[in-house]
Design a protein around this ligand. Structure first.
Ligand SMILES: C[S@@+](CC[C@H](N)C(=O)[O-])C[C@H]1O[C@@H](n2cnc3c(N)ncnc32)[C@H](O)[C@@H]1O
Length: 285
């Protein structure tokens, strides 16, 4: 069973569920009219439940997969596709979803989300796939989502909610003096879809001082690297999707930003609705 989370874990799921309700309301009419199929794709589906807090006073939260499966009004999704890399979690997820919702069309696969996003893209681009509209939820615990997976989704009928590990991931790999190990550079490159020089240019500045021994160049990290990484990711998403929502900001108890959570879509109304929901939850912060 997954074990993580602050209050934002609940808020993140509530935002998704509220959006899914609005999505199904609107799509219900269109799906009837045009014969569309509605698919829910969860790339980091977890085990079905999330353990929150310390052992002494642990609380169980119902995970997103089950919450989405529970939606019936005005309709359910036609199909649920859950990806979970850890086989133990996938087994639990099966017991908590497929076994308990036998009438729903649920598929669980134990593999890397990036592979399945590519497969989803291929399917949606095929003649059969043109009939499908997708709500996708990408909820990794770290930097497991490759940028090229998002590239594969561009221009498709997918509303994708993404949890971006800005503070928890990107900022931690960006060393103060830019002396980043090759392994971390490679991780950042795959995650951001940028090369090393582009990354350095985005997050570091150089200052030149004259000393007795000539010029000395000092490289320092931008102070607001967490916010910068969110803005950068958002603007890069804007090159793939027509519309990108404002982010919901997830902070820890010390008020440090851990993640940004936002939605990208090629549908303007979708992002307008997402923004209304996000604003409500950001005001609670
Ligand atoms: C934050 S949790 C997901 C929680 C879930 N969305 C929920 O509401 O219960 C992230 C999950 O992704 C899984 N995971 C990690 N790397 C993965 C990958 N590359 N592909 C698919 N799943 C992965 C982890 O095992 C973990 O269960």
């Amino acid at each position: 069973m997954n074990n993580f989370g602050g209050d934002w874990t609940e808020n993140k799921i509530e935002i998704l569920v509220e959006y899914a309700g609005a999505y199904l309301n609107i799509m219900n009419i269109h799906a009837k009219k045009y014969g569309w199929k509605l698919l829910y794709f969860d790339g980091f589906a977890g085990s079905g439940f999330i353990k929150k807090g310390k052992l002494e006073d642990q609380k169980l939260i119902i995970g997103a997969a089950r919450r989405i499966l529970e939606i019936e009004d005005p309709r359910s999704f036609d199909m649920f596709y859950f990806v979970e890399k850890e086989s133990e979690n996938a087994e639990l997820l099966k017991a908590n979803t497929k076994d308990q919702f036998p009438d729903k069309n649920i598929r669980i696969v134990t593999t890397d989300c990036n592979k399945k996003i590519k497969a989803l893209s291929n399917f949606l681009s095929s003649p059969q796939g043109h009939n499908y509209k997708v709500l996708a939820y990408i909820d990794p615990c770290g930097m497991q989502l490759n940028w090229e997976s998002l590239v594969a989704l561009q221009k498709l009928s997918v509303d994708v909610w993404i949890l971006i590990p800005t503070g928890m991931g990107v900022n931690r790999l960006l060393k103060k003096d830019s002396n980043i190990s090759d392994a971390w550079v490679s991780k950042l490159e795959i995650f951001l879809g940028m090369n090393k020089q582009e990354i350095l240019n985005s997050f570091y500045k150089e200052s030149v001082t004259m000393t007795l021994f000539g010029e000395e160049v000092k490289t320092t990290k931008e102070e607001n690297a967490v916010e910068k990484s969110a803005e950068l990711y958002k603007s890069r998403l804007g090159s793939l999707f027509k519309y990108v929502s404002e982010p919901y900001i997830l902070k820890n108890r010390s008020n440090s930003t851990m993640f940004h959570f936002l939605m990208a879509s090629n549908n303007r109304t979708a992002v307008k609705i997402a923004n209304e929901i996000i604003q409500k939850y950001n005001r609670k912060n």
